[in-house]
Design a protein around this ligand. Structure first.
Ligand code: FE2
Length: 237
């Protein structure tokens, strides 16, 4: 009986010691190495939505030129870009499947092309985060909570509606990435260069949607021919 009691005390004591040890290790993990955008970026983050990755800690081989503030700026720029690219991955596929109307096949093929390009940009962006020492958060909950992009309508979607939707979606994402390039280009030109490549791709996709509604000397291309005889409303047209 005495032996059992002694064993219980020993086991309880070692469990307590193990718990305290785990806590002290956790407190040593620097908060600056998580994928946490700076508050002053104005961007919602995985952290602000309580969706932090379970293992947001990594040892970088080379930090952006100096200091944790710069690291955080790079990570914020990359994480927010990743989240938006993943939203676009889902939306281009949704439209690829459900686009309907005269331009069905053209848009079906074009959207597949965009999906593949965006998927590569998303992968490059996520892996750049690992390169600078942070985990990347590609979870569905994070996309929903943080992308700040309008959702594409469900069901069959008209060709004119698809064109209008992606003109604005690509415009929004392109502008956001452009701003982030400015945030990081001085301290971390490598990340800035990579974001420039992504932005150029998104701008190209925006043109490829915009061109369907481009005025020419012989045809206003208002979109009325694919939109039930009504011009497709666009800002500035
Ligand atoms: Fe397909």
């Amino acid at each position: 009986m005495k032996q059992t009691l002694l064993l219980s005390v020993l086991l309880f004591g070692s469990a307590l010691a193990g718990g305290a040890g785990a806590q002290s290790v956790a407190s040593q993990i620097p908060a600056t190495s998580v994928n946490m955008p700076q508050p002053n970026t104005g961007q919602p983050s995985a952290q602000s939505t309580k969706t932090a990755s379970p293992l947001p800690y990594n040892v970088p081989s080379r930090l952006p030129s100096s200091g944790t503030d710069n690291l955080q700026k790079s990570v914020a720029a990359l994480q927010n870009t990743l989240t938006e690219l993943q939203a676009l991955q889902l939306q281009t596929k949704q439209a690829h499947w459900n686009v309907s109307g005269t331009l069905f096949y053209t848009l079906h093929e074009l959207l597949q092309d965009h999906y593949e390009g965006i998927s590569k940009y998303a992968d490059d962006t996520a892996e750049r985060m690992l390169s600078v020492g942070a985990s990347s958060d590609g979870r569905a909950i994070t996309i929903v909570a943080s992308s700040r992009l309008p959702e594409i309508p469900g069901g069959f979607i008209d060709d004119a509606q698809v064109i209008q939707f992606f003109i604005y979606q690509y415009e929004t994402v392109g502008q956001r990435i452009f701003q982030r390039i400015g945030d990081v280009e001085k301290a971390d030109p490598t990340t800035a260069n990579q974001l420039q490549e992504v932005e150029a791709g998104i701008e190209k996709y925006q043109w490829q949607m915009r061109a369907f509604l481009q005025n020419t000397p012989t045809d206003p291309n208002s979109g009325s021919d694919i939109n039930n005889n009504t011009p497709v409303p666009l800002r500035g047209k």
